[in-house]
Ligand binder design. Structure first.
Ligand code: SF4
Length: 344
């Protein structure tokens, strides 16, 4: 089995129909489905949650006025190519803009893919590293993109060696789909490449449905953990993929069972042509509240929205407390309200 990179290949596998609308989608946005994800798709299920994430849909041609090419405002916080410096103590380092899969809901869909922003040139990478070295307030470097693990182990090792030479950088965090969508790439060489003496490596595993946590993915998580890498999760709340509490609970439990601490549940961003994936914020809040009542505190991610325009993340779970002047009403997980402090 090979990675699918075109509509024609998807059609040959019976995963997409021939249609001018899909041709138009494929013209605009990259396609990528790895063998591991092809294997997971149930072609008999028209609503398959894995297919929905990777197989293009004519709905992607519907762009609403609120949607934008740079939904989380990366470009307004980019002092040099490849760096996004939104918060004082951390930067994004976007070394590469390709991915092994192309998620139909991707928030950077206008930047990734073969026609996207590409990989940093040597000179651009030098400038990005010089920026990090010159800013002593940068404690954490977050490699994202694109998928940073699309780079070879050799290039990742080179990056880590360069970061290891910058004393004030203490944490390196990778955001990646690879352990799930291409688990065979998580071999000893890759694991070694992701660590560097004196730095702590975190890796945020991107998965959206419990079926993605396959035995092969689990073996990859074990190799990463054995290599001393701390694992956290990131998921996107997606209509038709995980917008029910049973699926979310199974996903979060799956992470915890694999020693991956649930970290972020993203509200879907206003990327062009992704309206069919977006749930309402009130609906998201209800789901997150239901999750709180159902599964262990270990399984609770932060439900976050990247504020359009580059204003950073906000926790958007419904507040469970209101009031003031020392007198509050607190809501429990069943929706019942209680006074705090309780009446004497
Ligand atoms: S792997 Fe990440 S960057 Fe790549 S298409 Fe999916 S969401 Fe976008």
């Amino acid at each position: 089995m090979r990675s699918v990179k075109s509509l024609a290949q998807l059609q040959a596998l019976g995963l997409a129909e021939a249609s001018p609308a899909l041709d138009a989608v494929a013209e605009k946005y990259a396609i990528g489905v790895t063998p591991a994800m092809q294997d997971l798709i149930d072609p008999a299920d028209p609503d398959d949650p894995i297919a929905r994430q990777f197989v293009p849909s004519a709905a992607e041609l519907t762009v609403t006025p609120q949607e934008r090419a740079d939904p989380i405002g990366d470009l307004s916080h980019s002092p040099v190519t490849g760096i996004v410096h939104r918060y004082p103590d951390r930067v994004l380092l976007k070394a590469v803009h390709v991915c092994p899969v192309y998620c139909r809901f991707c928030f950077r869909r206008e930047m990734v893919g073969p026609q996207g922003l590409g990989t940093l040139t040597g000179a651009e990478l030098d400038a990005a590293m010089a920026y990090i070295a010159a800013h002593e307030e940068i404690w954490e470097v977050i490699l994202t993109g694109g998928d940073p693990l699309a780079l070879s182990a050799r290039r990742l090792r080179d990056l880590m060696v360069r970061l290891a030479g910058i004393d004030h950088v203490r944490i390196v965090r990778f955001h990646t789909r690879v352990p799930v969508v291409e688990p065979e790439r998580i071999d000893a060489e890759m694991v070694a490449a992701l660590t560097a003496s004196g730095k702590t490596t975190y890796l945020a595993v991107h998965a959206n449905h419990p079926r993605e946590l396959t035995p092969a993915a689990r073996a990859g998580f074990d190799r990463l953990l054995a290599g001393g890498i701390v694992l956290v999760s990131q998921s996107v709340l997606l209509r038709g993929v995980n917008d029910d509490v049973e699926t979310l609970a199974a996903l979060m439990r799956g992470f915890v069972e694999n020693r991956i601490k649930p970290y972020y549940l993203h509200h879907p961003d206003l990327a062009p042509g992704t309206g069919h994936f977006r749930v309402g914020i009130e609906e998201g809040q209800r789901l997150v509240a239901a999750l709180r009542g159902r599964v262990s505190g270990l399984c609770q991610p932060a439900y976050v929205l990247d504020i359009p325009g580059g204003h950073g993340k906000a926790d958007i779970a419904a507040a469970s407390i209101r009031g003031g002047d020392g007198c509050f009403t607190v809501r429990d997980w069943q929706g019942n309200e209680h006074a705090y402090p309780p009446a004497g």
